[in-house]
Write a protein that binds this ligand. Structure first.
Ligand SMILES: NC(=O)c1ccc[n+]([C@@H]2O[C@H](COP(=O)([O-])OP(=O)(O)OC[C@H]3O[C@@H](n4cnc5c(N)ncnc54)[C@H](OP(=O)(O)O)[C@@H]3O)[C@@H](O)[C@H]2O)c1
Length: 209
């Protein structure tokens, strides 16, 4: 098992982040963090498909049109496919799989009780490590673990909880979803060609104290 080498490591550094000619699939790409990941991958040059759940066909049509005008005709298309099978089938493909875990996979959030969520995110981080070893031949597997990101998922929680969380962030503010897209482009691209099994924590310092 050999981890694929960078195709041109001495090239200027910004070219390492280019996703020209690459194909990406984002699960849950119709809003929140996933939508900004779709945007980031498109902006870096990839062709991007994404999955969604409750978004209506009209909303999806408007979204793909907006993504197309933002990216010179390159569109994010709603679709699904088992990505790892495709990567494996294409011998010597330098695939990159990125799981969205959470700081909840590292610590126990308070004041809420959410053992199942925390355990699932911890499991995801270890799944990434395990697959990074088992799939070395055809894909790198890494995680991004966001802290508190301003999306609809956060809005549904009681204000008292949110006030408590915000008081615990050394960075003293929420992260905007577009602030995450650079991390995903980095992990998707050759800029991180020797990184696999890692968990990139993006949390304004939340997990540090
Ligand atoms: N927001 C945070 O502070 C935060 C922090 C740490 C980790 N995370 C993690 O980041 C990820 C995204 O969170 P978010 O805040 O961006 O959530 P969000 O705004 O609620 O977006 C969720 C996305 O997932 C899609 N989705 C939901 N159920 C699905 C299903 N069964 N099949 C396919 N797509 C489905 C939704 O599609 P529809 O719009 O069509 O329903 C939507 O595109 C989650 O794994 C979350 O645990 C979030």
């Amino acid at each position: 098992m050999v981890l694929a080498a960078h195709p041109n490591p001495t090239a200027p550094v910004l070219s390492h982040f280019s996703l020209e000619g690459k194909t990406a699939l984002v699960t849950g790409g119709s809003r929140g963090i996933g939508l900004e990941v779709v945007r980031g991958l498109l902006e870096a040059g990839a062709s991007v498909g994404f999955t969604y759940s409750s978004t209506t066909p009209d909303e999806i049509a408007a979204l793909t049109q907006a993504l197309s005008s933002e990216n010179g005709g390159r569109r994010g298309l709603p679709r699904g496919q088992a990505a790892a099978h495709v990567m494996k089938a294409r011998n010597k493909t330098r695939g990159s799989i990125i799981f969205t875990a959470s700081v909840s996979g590292i610590l126990v959030n308070v004041p809420q009780t959410q053992a199942a969520y925390n355990a699932s995110k911890a499991g995801l981080i270890h799944l990434a490590k395990s697959l990074a070893v088992e799939w070395t031949d055809f894909a790198r597997v890494n995680c991004v673990s966001p802290g508190f990101i301003a999306t609809e998922m956060l809005d549904v929680h009681p204000k008292a909880w949110r006030d408590k969380w915000f008081s615990m962030i050394p960075g003293a503010r929420l992260c905007l979803a577009p602030e995450l897209k650079g991390s995903y482009v980095y992990l998707a691209s050759d800029a991180s060609s020797y990184m696999t099994g890692a968990n990139l924590v993006v949390d304004g310092g939340y997990t540090l104290p």
